[in-house]
Design a protein around this ligand. Structure first.
Ligand SMILES: C[S@@+](CC[C@H](N)C(=O)[O-])C[C@H]1O[C@@H](n2cnc3c(N)ncnc32)[C@H](O)[C@@H]1O
Length: 229
């Protein structure tokens, strides 16, 4: 781990973004299409994680946001879709950059839920432009950490335009206890919550609520949930 200097000269930004994307793709090539793969070394906390998400979603989901359609960004094999989103939304759309994960989701992992998937997008999030006014909820879990500040901010701007009335965007991710750290292994950026909030507000979104995921071991990086629109 080393400190990431966030002030970059513009000519280098493109090169950094490209290297960042390639490193993440190389990392996920060797990750198995399984819950273990999605959770790294921490599959035992998957159910705690999903329950935390279900409770947080309840605050803004049915009755506030609609329940017609949600988008799961960086869905992997569909762990969050299956455990949190499918029980609430009539239909789902799912996006990931790894074909193997999406195929596994559709053919195996989602079971009957697969019938309610309207679209799978094999895309890098930084290159994805969602249709306008389409989603009641957009969920990004452990994928915002794979985008540079600029890419994340620009995606959030596009995502805001793709919300239906009362729609909400959720980010759930690792947040650094201090500053900002780059993990050179999977090329993820762990940001302090204040840095994340700053990106969200710069993108023109309003933060509705922020909550720490409880019940995770003290040894791991804190995980926070943020709801915004
Ligand atoms: C740690 S896994 C989490 C999967 C899922 N969100 C979950 O919580 O189970 C991160 C996922 O993000 C995907 N991913 C990473 N960078 C991405 C990018 N730039 N665009 C789209 N997907 C990306 C990976 O392929 C992987 O499936």
């Amino acid at each position: 781990m080393f400190q990431l200097n966030l002030i970059m000269i513009p000519q280098l930004t493109f090169i950094f973004q490209l290297q960042h994307k390639i490193r993440a793709q190389n990392f996920y090539k060797d990750v198995p299409a399984s819950e273990e793969g999605m959770m790294g070394d921490f599959v035992e906390i998957s159910e705690i994680d999903l329950e935390g998400s279900r409770q947080f979603l309840k605050k803004f989901g049915p009755g506030k946001a609609g329940t017609k359609r949600a988008l799961d960004c960086g869905c992997g094999i569909g762990r969050v879709s299956k455990g949190v989103l499918f029980p609430v939304f009539e239909s789902m759309e799912m996006l990931d950059m790894m074909e193997e994960f999406i195929l596994h989701a559709h053919e195996v992992y989602l079971g009957d839920y697969a019938d309610r998937v309207e679209a799978y997008y094999l895309y890098n999030l930084q290159e994805f432009s969602p249709l306008t006014k389409r989603y009641d909820v957009i969920w990004l879990q452990w994928v915002a950490c794979h985008l540079t500040d600029k890419d994340l901010m620009e995606f959030l701007m596009r995502a805001k335009q793709s919300l239906r009335p009362n729609g909400v965007i959720f980010i759930k991710d690792n947040m650094a206890r201090q500053g900002c750290k780059l993990d050179p292994i999977d090329s993820s950026i762990i940001r302090h919550l204040d840095i994340m909030k700053n990106i969200i507000q710069t993108a023109g979104l309003t933060i509705l609520d922020v909550e720490k995921q409880e019940g995770f071991p003290e040894a791991i990086v804190p995980v926070w949930m943020i709801a915004m629109h």
